[in-house]
Write a protein that binds this ligand. Structure first.
Ligand code: NDP
Length: 234
C-alpha cells in the first residue's frame, strides 16, 4: 500500500516528523513549504496556505507527481501571541487565515479526489491550547478550537463516502515554534504536565500515522490529545 500523502508545513517541526513517518512506511509523500526546502527524499511544493491559488497549484502538482491525495495532514500553523487587550485585528486575522482558513482551503481542494475514490484520511493538527485555552493565545486557541468544529462537520458529511476526519491536539512539542519561549515558561509548562516533559515531534507523528492506518478504520470525528496528560483527555 503506497498512498499519496500530503503534509502541509512538512518541511520542518511536527510536519517533517509526520512526513518521515509516512515515507518510512513506503507512502509517496509531498510536503508544502514556503522557502525552506524539505530534506532529500520528500517531494516539496511551494505553497502558502493563505492563498487559494497557491493551494490549487500545489495540490495539482502533487496529483501529477503521486496521484490524487489519499491522506491529508493539515499541519501548517503559526502563533502570534499577545495578551488579549494588546491583540490587534491583524494578529487575529493572520492566525485565523493560516490555521483555520488554510486548513479549510487545502481540505476543500483535496476532498473531490477522495470522494471520487470513495476513501480518504484527513487529520487536522490542532493543539491542547484549543481545548483548555492559554493566556496570551486567545487568537491561536480560537483558531485551533475551530478546527474541531470543522473536522466534526466534515466527519458527518464525508463519513458516508468512506472518508475519516480526525484531530490531534499536541501539547508542548520541541520545535522552532516553542524554541522562542523563555526557558522558565517551558519548565513551568512541563511541571503542569503529568509526564513532566515536552513531546518530541515523532511522538505526535506516530499518532497521526495511526489515524491514517487501517487500524483506525472505524475512527472519525475524534480529537486525540497528545500532550503528556496536560489536558487530562479533554
Ligand atoms: P514550526 O513553526 O516548527 O513549523 C510550522 C510549519 O507550518 C512550517 O513548516 C511552516 O512553513 C508552516 N507554515 C506556517 N504558515 C504557513 C503558511 N501560511 N503556509 C504554508 N505553511 C505554513 O511549528 P510546529 O512544527 O511546532 O507546528 C506544527 C503544527 O503543530 C502547527 O499547526 C502548530 O500550531 C501545531 N502545534 C504545535 C505545538 C508545539 O508545541 N510545537 C503544540 C500544539 C500544536 P515555513 O517553513 O514555510 O515557515
Amino acid at each position: 500500500m503506497s498512498r499519496s500523502v500530503l503534509v502541509t508545513g512538512g518541511n520542518r517541526g511536527i510536519g517533517l516528523a509526520v512526513a518521515r513517518a509516512f515515507a518510512r512506511d513506503g507512502d509517496k509523500v509531498a510536503v508544502t513549504h514556503r522557502g525552506v526546502e524539505p530534506p532529500e527524499g520528500l517531494a516539496g511544493c511551494r505553497c502558502d496556505v493563505t492563498s487559494a491559488d497557491d493551494v490549487d497549484r500545489a495540490v495539482t502538482e502533487v496529483e501529477t507527481l503521486h496521484g490524487a491525495v489519499e491522506v491529508l495532514v493539515a499541519n501548517a500553523g503559526i502563533t502570534r501571541d499577545k495578551l488579549f487587550l494588546r491583540m490587534t485585528e491583524e494578529d487575529l486575522e493572520a492566525v485565523l487565515d493560516t490555521n483555520l482558513k488554510g486548513t479549510f482551503r487545502v481540505t476543500r481542494r483535496v476532498v473531490p479526489g477522495m470522494l471520487k475514490a470513495r476513501r480518504g484520511r484527513i487529520v487536522f493538527v490542532s493543539s491542547s491550547v484549543g481545548l483548555r485555552g492559554e493566556r496570551g493565545q486567545s487568537n491561536y486557541a480560537a483558531s485551533k478550537a475551530a478546527l474541531i468544529g470543522l473536522a466534526r462537520s466534515l466527519a458527518w458529511e464525508l463519513g458516508p463516502r468512506g472518508i475519516t476526519v480526525n484531530v490531534v491536539a499536541p501539547g508542548l512539542t520541541d520545535t522552532d515554534m516553542t524554541a522562542i519561549l523563555p526557558e522558565q515558561r517551558i519548565r513551568d509548562m512541563c511541571a503542569e504536565t503529568p509526564l513532566q516533559r515536552m513531546a518530541a515531534p515523532e511522538e505526535i507523528a506516530e499518532v497521526i500515522r495511526f489515524l491514517a492506518s487501517p487500524a483506525a478504520s472505524y475512527l472519525t470525528g475524534a480529537v486525540i490529545p497528545v500532550d503528556g496528560g496536560a489536558s487530562m483527555g479533554h
